[in-house]
Design a protein around this ligand. Structure first.
Ligand code: ZN
Length: 372
């Protein structure tokens, strides 16, 4: 134990403070804040299934709604969905969770928000709760998530399987010590907002070591919207406005989080005259030009000669279009957005086709079209 304390002390001096510094008030020209909304499960893993509700579909709807709301309420925020269709990251649950965390780290997220719905074998259990990561030994052993099946469930890491002397644990612990107050602030806001729609507030919970939170480098939380197995929660969650209300609760917690963090550096982005229409801000989760050298984009038009990207033919995308070089006579491909997955690009394709009916998704690497 003494060794552990010494290593931790060393780490606290040796580790760069970039994260902490970037989480304090930032300069007006600082890069955009980034949030990842992670709709739980997907593909072969449905999550909780109760009567006609399948968790993976329910939480995807809520996640998409959160993104849509954020585009209007906080247009300066870069919003990524971990998935925008019914897909999994990996066939094994543990790898799937690690890949979600890696996605979060790759896009440089400032906040991770996992969205789930709950279930319990005791049908009287109800309410909303939000989980954060702690590696406090006492909490980990006392406050396990009731649904945790440590033996075979890759959503969680069994505390007994963690080598407390490994470097990866030291890094995770150091990160958690720094991130936990931020995660708790967001989680608490989220709980209060959800409870304002009538759900019982079960509050912020910590203890279960969620795989995705363990490997994410930024503050984050797992939002559990309510218990599908409880009649009262089920009636609410399947009511007409529930998805929109839950999305509002999460969205407002994210807005409060970033505004508190940045001391209003972006002012009131909903101020009159600055609010962007959903169409104009469509593709807000497309990364900025510097961020990705490889990925997917939406090709709006191709041309035999060079065109100014601020040309009026690009309509609402004017000034936000970038050039990808292809082959053949129409080698100038004018594209919009940079996405880390084909699915994410496809999510914005319908919007692009309203103005460019032949728009489609291409893959690029270092400014050129590639086939794979
Ligand atoms: Zn879930």
């Amino acid at each position: 134990m003494r060794n552990l304390i010494i290593i931790l002390l060393l780490l606290s001096f040796a580790l760069p403070k970039a994260n902490a510094a970037s989480r304090a008030n930032v300069a007006p020209d600082a890069p955009k804040r980034v949030v990842v909304i992670d709709a739980g499960h997907g593909g072969v893993r449905p999550g909780k299934v109760h009567r006609d509700v399948v968790e993976k579909s329910y939480v995807l709807d809520v996640s998409k709604e959160v993104r849509k709301m954020l585009r209007t309420k906080m247009p300066d925020l870069q919003v990524y969905l971990s998935r925008s269709c019914d897909s999994a990251y990996h066939e094994t649950q543990s790898a799937d969770n690690r890949l979600r965390a890696e996605f979060c780290n790759k896009v440089g997220a400032d906040l991770y928000v996992g969205i789930h719905a709950n279930a319990h074998k005791d049908k009287t259990v109800n309410g909303c709760e939000v989980w954060v990561l702690t590696l406090n030994e006492k909490l980990m052993n006392q406050n396990k998530y009731v649904g945790a099946m440590y033996a075979d469930d890759g959503d969680f890491i069994n505390p007994e399987d963690i080598d407390r002397n490994s470097q990866s644990f030291m890094v995770a612990l150091s990160r958690q010590l720094e991130n936990e107050p931020y995660s708790r602030f967001f989680a608490d806001e989220c709980c209060k907002n959800m409870a304002s729609y009538g759900l019982k507030n079960l509050g912020v919970k910590a203890g279960t070591v969620y795989t995705v939170l363990y490997y994410s480098e930024c503050p984050g939380a797992i939002v559990e919207l309510g218990y599908l197995t409880n009649d009262k929660d089920y009636a609410y969650l399947t009511s007409k406005n529930a998805k929109k209300e839950m999305a509002t609760a999460v969205c407002n917690a994210i807005v409060t989080y970033f505004k508190t963090l940045d001391g209003g550096r972006d002012g009131d982005s909903k101020a009159e005259g600055t609010e962007q229409s959903e169409e104009a801000s469509a593709g807000a989760d497309a990364a900025s030009a510097e961020e990705l050298t490889e990925g997917y984009a939406i090709q709006l038009i191709s041309s035999a000669k060079e065109v100014n990207t601020s040309d009026s033919q690009f309509k609402s995308y004017k000034g936000r279009v970038w050039l990808v070089m292809g082959s053949g006579s129409y080698k100038y491909k004018y594209c919009y957005g940079k996405y880390t997955s084909r699915e994410a690009a496809k999510d914005d394709l319908a919007e692009a086709r309203k103005s460019f009916k032949d728009a489609y998704v291409i893959k690029f690497r270092n400014g050129a079209v590639v086939n794979n």
